[in-house]
Structure formats: C-alpha cells, structure tokens
Design a binder for this molecule. Sequence first.
Ligand SMILES: NC(=O)C1=CN([C@@H]2O[C@H](COP(=O)(O)OP(=O)(O)OC[C@H]3O[C@@H](n4cnc5c(N)ncnc54)[C@H](O)[C@@H]3O)[C@@H](O)[C@H]2O)[C@H](O)CC1
Ligand SMILES: [K+]
Length: 496
Amino acid sequence: MHKDLDTLIITPEEMGRIDRAAAASGLSGYGLMERAGQAVAAAALRRFPGALRFAVLCGPGNNGGDGYVAARALQEAGAAVAVHALGDPGSLKGDAATAFKAFDGTVAPLAAYGPRPGDVVIDALFGAGLSRDLPEEAVRIIEAVRDSVLPVLAVDLPSGIDGRTGAVRGDAFAAAATVTFMCRKPGHLLLPGRTLCGEVEVFDIGIPARILAGHAGHMRVNTPAVWRIALPVETGATHKYVRGHLAVFSGPATATGAARLSASAGLRAGAGLVTVLSPPEALAANAAHLTAVMLKPVGGPDDLAVLLDDERLKTFVLGPGFGDFGKARTYVREIAGRGRRLVLDADGISAFRDEPDALFRLFAGGEPRLVLTPHDGEFARLFPDLAEDAGLSKIERAQKAAARSHAAVILKGADTVIAAPDGRALVNANAPPWLATAGSGDVLAGIAGAHLAQGMPAFEAAASAVWRHGEAGRAAGEGMTAEDLVGALRGFDRTG
Ligand SMILES: NC(=O)C1=CN([C@@H]2O[C@H](COP(=O)(O)OP(=O)(O)OC[C@H]3O[C@@H](n4cnc5c(N)ncnc54)[C@H](O)[C@@H]3O)[C@@H](O)[C@H]2O)[C@H](O)CC1
Ligand SMILES: [K+]
C-alpha cells in the first residue's frame, strides 16, 4: 500500500467522486469490482480455513456486486457457497449486473437464509451506498446471524454502519473482520462503527494514488507521519528555555492533584521548565508534592499580570481541577490579551459555557494559539448546536468547532478526533480502553502544553499529544493509573 494512503480517510461521498474519476480516466469499473470481490474471497479462505460453507448475502448495489464476484471465486476454489440476495438480482445494474451474470450458481432470497453451524457469513448487503436505515428484511437476518453466533466477514463495511459517521442505521452486523478498498472510511474509525468492523483489511484494488489524492479531503488517521515534520528540533545546544517554559494553574487547596498531574506530564513530555501557579492557600499542598516542577503563588489577575512581564513564559494550561469559573475567565482574558498560548481543559472550558463566543473572540485570527480538550459533555457547553446536530459525524463536529473557535480541538473519547481551524482532521486509533481513567485528561493537557511550549503549531502539538498519550497508555498496561501514564511517557520516535 502506498505509504500516504495508509493514513488517508475517505468519506463515501469522496469515494463516489473517486470512482467516477477513475472511470473517466479509462479504468474499468468492473475491473475494480473483480479485484474487490477476489480480495474478499481470499480473505475469507485465509481467515476461515475451517468453514463448512460460505453464506454470501448480496445487496441491491455494487456492494452486492462484490459479493457475487467473491461467491464465484470461492466456488472456483472448491468451497461450498450459498448465495442469498436482497431484492431481485435480475434488476441489478451496471457492474453489479455483470458480476451477478458471471456467477454460475443458484441465488436464493435473503429471507430464505437459515444460519447453520459451520457457516461463515459474507456480508455484501450494503457498503458505502447505505443512505437510510436498513430494511426490515436485512435486520431480521442480522438478528438471526447474531443469535447463531456465526462469524461475519464484511465487504467494505458491516451492513448498517453509516460510512460517513460510524453510526448504526437500524441495526448492523458485528463483523469479525472487514475488507475495505484503497482507504479507510470514517465509519471504520468512529464509534460505534469501529468496534463492529472487527479487524480492518485495506486492499488496493488499483485506483491510482493521484486520483485518490485529487479527490480526498483532509482527514487522516493520527500517526507520527502526519506531524513528525513539526516536531521540535533537538540540537546539542538545546537550553531549558529553548525547550520552553510551561505554566499550569492549580485549583484550590482541596483540588491540587489535577494540575500537578498536568505539570509532571508536561515536564516528562519535554517542556524545559514547568511551573505550577498556585493560589496562595494551596501553596503548602502543592509544595508537599513537587520537586522538579517549580511553584509560584498567583492569587489573582494582578499577580498574573506581573508574571506575564517575563516574555519567556509563553504557554499555559488552565482547567484541570481549577474550580473557580470567574477567575478562569479573567485569567484566560489576560493570557489571550498578552498574546500567549493556552491549553484550555476541563473547568477552563466549562467556565465559558455562558459566553463561548467571548472565548473565541479572544483567540481569533493569526496563528492558532489555543488548544481545546473537551470530552463530549464539555464540547456541548461550548458548541451546543454542533453537539445536538445528529446529522454530523464526530469528525465534522470537531472540524466545525475548530473553525469557529480558531483553536485546535481535541474532541476526546475512545475515538478522539483532532481538528484544525483550516479543516484538517485526524482520528486517533492507538488508545487502549484503560486509558479512560481518573486524571488521564489532565495528563493529556500537560503533554499538549509541553508541545506548545516547545513551539509546535497548535494542531500538530495537539495531535502528537493524543498519540503519545495513547502510546503511554499501551506501555503502562491495563490497570494503570494516571501517575503510571506519566511515568510511561517516552520521547518522540523521530525515525521512519
Ligand atoms: N472504489 C471502490 O471502493 C469500489 C467499491 N465497490 C463496492 O461498491 C460499494 C458501493 O456501491 P453502491 O452501489 O454505491 O452502494 P451499496 O451497494 O452500498 O448500496 C446499494 C444501493 O442500495 C440503496 N440503498 C441504500 N441504503 C438502503 C437501504 N437502507 N435500504 C434499501 N436500499 C438502500 C442505494 O440506493 C444503493 O443504490 C462499496 O461499498 C464497495 O463494496 C466496487 O465494487 C469497486 C470499487
Ligand atoms: K457490507
């Protein structure tokens, strides 16, 4: 697979344009379908050598066409095959009709399929073309297959998954594996689609990279290849101030741990210096637990103003355990007004729930200086209309939010999306489930702060933070705590 295509994510709509462009360039559409179906058959034989029978369920469009090609290839390989069609296969059009005619065997109605032990189901009902909830007939078969616990190999996408959003339309197969073509679609990466796809195989059916790239948007899987070029340069002469000074605001005496987690993550992630800015009454609590991280009292906006006279202090994290919404807004105004960079997390985000536009105005224009790290609940506070719009995918929600706020937005979850104001978006895929633990978000905010402090652009700082956070989670292993996560943070892999 072409290296650049590995990380590209293509929407079904873009894929349609790519198909048309491929046809216009003289590429045979049926040739693509033939290779797609052959790849499915090969995957079926490789993955399920013990199958007694392959039940190939074919839909009314080109996904069904892939199914007929696969059925023919499986039959030619000597496997037992039962083909069932949704609708009248005689009314298939174009390449799918060609594929159906080339299949030399009986085709029974979908409703006549009765799951048998030893069956492997090849789901070629709907793929990228799914445009509404599944018909009742398909839902009944999905239920029957689920009840009989048969393995499913999905063609392109498990039927019922919306390729653009990852949402379930009515019901969906839960596949053991999915064979898709050229590039992953959002539905392979966004929840719940991701978990229903099983293992995803991406097969190159021969659409030239230049056609794909010409019609693709700016969505990718979050990997180092995307942001490696923006990593801070390591030189022998690197000085601690060159590696940046990060300041993290602490909450009150009863809630100081979150800021310390952010601060220690920031130091570990590469900031040259990290200072916790603490309310005076919380100094003792913070001092008792800090060593390499420095500590300074900040009681109010006047203290902060004095601190900001030090030009080297360019980057802040505000939000973890912060508590005081009024003070949060005041500090954010001061930081923005003095041209500094900010990771706004947790309470820092909630502080602007009544006036999100005021926050966006503070950071409008110029090189993005703000990283927002909301989970879904916090996202709804800043972007209530986007959160409510059920028609948007998580990627689209994050893209619109980033454009509106002029911030790099990290929309957290098991399928974290990172978006830039210019439309670039990444879906993260390296986070283990146990990363969702108390304090995990504080650690992420600290890593993002460290990257900003080292001069990385906001989007790349955010994306690489999410990735390193995921890697640390994997290294720390199941049962880890947020402290373990900090300890498991590793340096950047600059190779490859
Ligand atoms: N370049 C590629 O990746 C290639 C992909 N191939 C395969 O083609 C399908 C997409 O085919 P398409 O005909 O566009 O869509 P579907 O087969 O998924 O849908 C068929 C058909 O059904 C109608 N429809 C949509 N939703 C419903 C519904 N809920 N109920 C009833 N009917 C519905 C809709 O109007 C469509 O016309 C892709 O997934 C690949 O598997 C090519 O084979 C090779 C090139
Ligand atoms: K399918």
